[in-house]
Design a binder for this molecule. Sequence first.
Ligand code: PCA
Length: 225
Amino acid sequence: MHHHASHYAPPGERVILLTGFDPFGGDALNPSWLIAQALHGQRIGGHRVESAQLPTMFGRSLHHLEALIEAHQPAMVVCLGQAGGRAALSLERVGINVDDARIPDNAGAQPVDTPVVPGGPAAYFASLPVKAMLRAVQRAGVPCEVSQTAGTFVCNHVLYGLLHRLATRPAGAQGVRGGFVHVPWLPGQGAPHLPLRDMVRGLHAALWAAVLAREDIALGAGATH
Ligand code: PCA
């Protein structure tokens, strides 16, 4: 009996769900999706990476993510997004309960000061060990930082919605960790930028650290302003 590798998941194999977005705001590509694609099927610390694309749309992005979580029952969810203007892989610490779009999303929606989840708490902290991930990525020689804001566009929308969903799951489905990593432009999109291979290597190191570190480490990575 033969199983094609991509169709054969050993029973109990744990999944890291890794998402990227489609291009938005006039860009021809989105590095977040190229990185997710490059890591699809990789085995990291006993987990298998399952990659998927989210639409850069308020609402639809989150519904799609929820369907992916139902389908794959991941042990960990890491969403990636492009952050033009940033120079390093940005490990997001927090998602906030507000949509405030400076540009329209890919469906033309441009909400201003509406909640992601009406009546939800103001914010959720990412449940990934961001400091352990930071150290691992920096040791791999890839620029990395902890970020205190994921903005108020679709990426923050997805981060907040993900964390709300993980925090309010029924008992028995707890313990799934989730978070978000913003990535710089690729060469050719603008400056600053990082090569795709460096971003893929950095993300690999970050996922490895996230799987291995049950507890986060104490490592100063705050911002003065
Ligand atoms: N970046 C946008 C949305 C999609 C993406 O890749 C953001 O930072 O909100």
